[in-house]
Ligand binder design. Sequence first.
Ligand code: GLC
Length: 430
Amino acid sequence: MICTVSMAMTPRLRAMTDAVRALYDRNRQRGFAEWCRREYDFVCPSMGTYPFQWFWDSCFHAVALSHFDVERSRIEMRSLLANQQPDGFVAHVTFWQRERFEELLSTYAIAYRTPYLSDCIQPPVLAEAVAAGAQGPGGDEYLRKMLPKVRRYFDWLDLMRDPDRDGLMATLQPDESGLDHTPKYDGYLGVSGAVLADYTAAWERVAGPYATVQREHARMFALDRFVDEDVFVNSIYAENQRVLGDLLERIGDEVGAHEMRTRAAQTTAAIVRKCFDEETGLFFDLAGEGERMLKVNTVSCLVPIVLQDLPKPQVDALIRHIEDPAEYAAPYPVPSVAMNEPSYLTPTAENKLVWRGPTWINANWYIARGLRRHGRPDLATRIEDRSASLVEGDGFREYYDPQTGQGFGARDFSWTALALDLLATHEAHA
Ligand code: GLC
């Protein structure tokens, strides 16, 4: 649920709100950037490792902020879209204050469009983020200013990332999904999945040739090095096109609303028609020009549950997996890889590979909302409650052990504050 809480809060919700507010004050970045002559004001993912503005992180921050400071939720999105390019592209990282972090930057492997903007995308959580900030006074005016930019971004995705016109957008490198080392890519990338250095080499086999074609989209697609119609990304894409349709209707743009809803329906239909595997009852990515299914049982397979028009047989199939204690029904759900997959890994402080087992709050945010939409509040409520418990137990960490709840990865990690949205929903239905 995305709402500003007006009723008296429970002590639990009050404590979580206070904790998120304090976290977002610690991670707030404000200043004036000479390079674009603009003011910036955003929450960074984590001061230790990620001090810049990341695309989908900021979208999640805007959702969390909308619970206690709608104006800051709007400011977060304005900063994110301030450097949108004339073609509609929005970078996955904006390096507002890069001069202050040159040493850290030398450890990043990122393709740049300019010294201050990366040249990749991230899952398009943009419409959901803007919707969160559109509540309350000034909401319509905020939408009138923001929606033309949001629309241009979705037009860019449609034009540039779906050359086969099947309604599914493609990611062109593994980190564009945000699921960096997920085992679903192992076979496609030709890595064993055990060693971080293998990934660095595999990513270079993708990024190296891209550089030789000046990262021109048509030529990157033609190289066919990493072209993934990713189920996780496309579920978010379909949902956000639908939400954008609703927002456009709210400001009276009937034509735009119709166009975005049509696109949302096409994306959803393609996910169902092309990505669903009857045998396993799971959704899989389609890789390369040959659209080969990447059949690994990861949390990504479950995320289509967020789509409100997902047909009942597919919903039921996904719920069977979510409920299965051998796969996803862990003490702290939802693990990012089915626990009975050979590639499933218990997190450790030494292991820097991400999305190979631990529970992430942003994936939970999609799955819990999907379960509510499809009439399973019993399962949703457990994920909401357990997500909040993770934060209450071990703070705002990047990800958590699904068995013990122990936190790992970055500390003071901002998108984990989505636990506030999950908890608010949990309590609203209690
Ligand atoms: C890592 C993740 C990416 C995230 C970023 C900041 O690079 O792969 O998804 O946006 O950290 O949190």
